[in-house]
Design a protein around this ligand. Structure first.
Ligand code: SAM
Length: 219
């Protein structure tokens, strides 16, 4: 990348932080720092690099999108991560959200349905020196394939309801953040597990691609 492009992206990242994150309701300093430090341009196809800090999703191939930066920041803030957290992410996509989570948690386990997206994300994260991520390819709606308990779970694709296998893999006092619903009537939900039961709270309307799988949408 040449210097003018580097400087332009740097200014665009500062503008995103000021207008689209701090200017709205992103207040967690750790989340803001991670959003400042992870280069979103590394996760988008070259032809979209100049738009990397625009306030919207962008195509990443396989008919999927990298999420809007504000939504990535909001979902991360809602997770209330600490450095001891083990996080399960369903829908690796470009790996951008994965990289943000990996800065704030001890380990991230991420599942993606499309092999080419998973391997692309793995390459970018390797190049950026992110080493605390485990990748899997498959249907994340059925949970992590080995028995495991997670402190936090994030879904980056919309499910008809919170998938039962994921609820079962959430630790007591754990937090899950997910878009729930279909089409134009999706809601971003945050839920916490108390005595084996989920206490759910709607946060806002949202628009995500569908979670396709056994415990998601069939198509
Ligand atoms: N957060 C990602 C990023 O920053 O690039 C964007 C994720 S994109 C909005 C949603 C992703 O979920 C897509 O890559 C899609 O292939 C994936 N997906 C959909 N259904 C899935 C499933 N059942 N298991 C795993 N991944 C799934």
């Amino acid at each position: 990348m040449n210097k003018p492009e580097h400087d332009m992206l740097d200014q665009a990242r500062q503008r995103m932080l000021r207008n689209d994150l701090r200017g709205r309701d992103i207040t967690d300093p750790d989340v803001l720092r991670a959003m400042m430090e992870v280069p979103r341009e590394a996760f988008v196809p070259e032809e979209y690099r100049s738009q990397a800090y625009a306030d919207g999703p962008l195509p990443i191939g396989s008919g999927q999108t990298i999420s809007q930066p504000y939504i990535v920041a909001l979902m991360t803030q809602l997770l209330r991560l600490n450095p001891e957290c083990e996080v399960l992410e369903i829908g690796t996509g470009s790996g951008y959200q994965t990289a943000i989570l990996a800065r704030l948690a001890t380990r991230v386990y991420t599942i993606e349905k499309f092999e080419e997206l998973s391997s692309g994300a793995r390459k970018v994260l390797n190049r950026l020196g992110v080493a605390n991520v485990e990748f899997r390819i498959g249907d994340g709606s059925a949970g992590w394939p080995e028995p495991r308990c997670f402190d936090r779970i994030i879904l980056t694709a919309a499910a008809p309801a919170l998938p039962a296998p994921l609820v079962a893999q959430l630790a007591e006092r754990g937090v899950v953040v997910a878009p729930v619903g279909c089409g134009s009537s999706q809601t971003l939900v945050v839920a916490e597990k108390f005595q084996g039961k989920l206490i759910e709270r709607p946060v806002c309307g949202c628009r995500f691609v569908r979670l396709i799988g056994e415990y998601g949408f069939r198509q």
